[in-house]
Design a protein around this ligand. Structure first.
Ligand SMILES: Cc1cc2nc3c(=O)[nH]c(=O)nc-3n(C[C@H](O)[C@H](O)[C@H](O)COP(=O)(O)O)c2cc1C
Length: 162
C-alpha cells in the first residue's frame, strides 16, 4: 500500500501530465480536483472571465472521496492562474486538512508564476513543505504544452519526498 498521494488540478493538461509522471515514479495514488461547475472549455473565455473578475472569488469544488489520513506524503500540482495557484487548488487547501503531512508543491505556468509557491506556503502552515517547483511551460499559443523546466529538475523535486 502506498503512503503517497498526488493531488492535482489541471485546466489544459500540463499539470495532469506531471501528476501522472509522479504517480508512476512513486507508485502513488492520484486524485484529480474538479470544480463543481465546469469552467468554459474555451481557453480565451476562461482567461477573460478570470482576468476581468476578482481572482479572489471562490469556486466550489466536487467532494473529495479519499481518506487523506492514509497518506504521509502529498504531492500538490496546480496550474497558475493570474500569478497565484488556481482557485480550485486554493479551495481544496481551505477545505481539507493536510497538517503534519510531508508535502512537495508545484505550479505550472507560462513564465509568470507570481506568488503561487507562496500561496501554498500560506495555506499549508502546519505541514512540512519539503520541496517547491516552478513548473514552467511555453507561453506560445500553439505549444503551451511544451515543458521548459527540465525533467531532471522534476526528478530532483520528487526526490525531496524521500
Ligand atoms: C485563466 C488563466 C490564467 C493564467 N494565468 C497565468 C499567470 O498568471 N501566469 C502564467 O505564467 N501563466 C498563466 N496561465 C497559463 C497557465 O498557467 C499555463 O499554460 C500552464 O502550463 C497550464 O497548466 P495546465 O495545463 O495544467 O492547466 C493562465 C492560464 C489561464 C487559463
Amino acid at each position: 500500500m502506498t503512503d503517497t498521494l498526488v493531488i492535482y488540478y489541471s485546466f489544459t493538461g500540463n499539470a495532469k501530465k506531471i501528476a501522472n509522471y509522479v504517480k508512476e515514479k512513486k507508485n502513488a495514488d492520484i486524485l484529480e480536483l474538479e470544480p463543481k461547475t465546469p469552467f468554459s472549455s474555451s481557453y480565451d473565455e476562461v482567461v477573460d472571465e478570470w482576468q476581468n473578475n476578482d481572482i479572489k472569488r471562490d469556486v466550489e469544488i466536487k467532494d473529495v472521496n479519499v481518506d487523506l489520513s492514509k497518506y504521509k506524503n502529498i504531492v500538490l500540482i496546480t496550474c497558475t492562474w493570474w500569478y497565484g495557484i488556481s482557485p480550485v487548488m486554493k479551495r481544496f487547501l481551505k477545505e481539507y486538512d493536510l497538517s503534519g503531512k510531508n508535502i512537495i508543491t508545484a505550479s505550472t505556468n507560462a513564465g509568470w508564476i507570481g506568488h503561487s509557491l507562496k500561496d501554498y506556503e500560506a495555506l499549508l502552515k502546519d505541514s512540512n513543505i519539503k520541496g517547491e517547483l516552478n513548473l514552467r511551460f511555453s507561453s506560445g499559443e500553439g505549444n503551451r504544452d511544451e515543458m521548459i523546466t527540465s525533467i531532471k529538475d522534476v526528478d530532483d523535486w520528487i526526490k525531496k519526498l524521500d
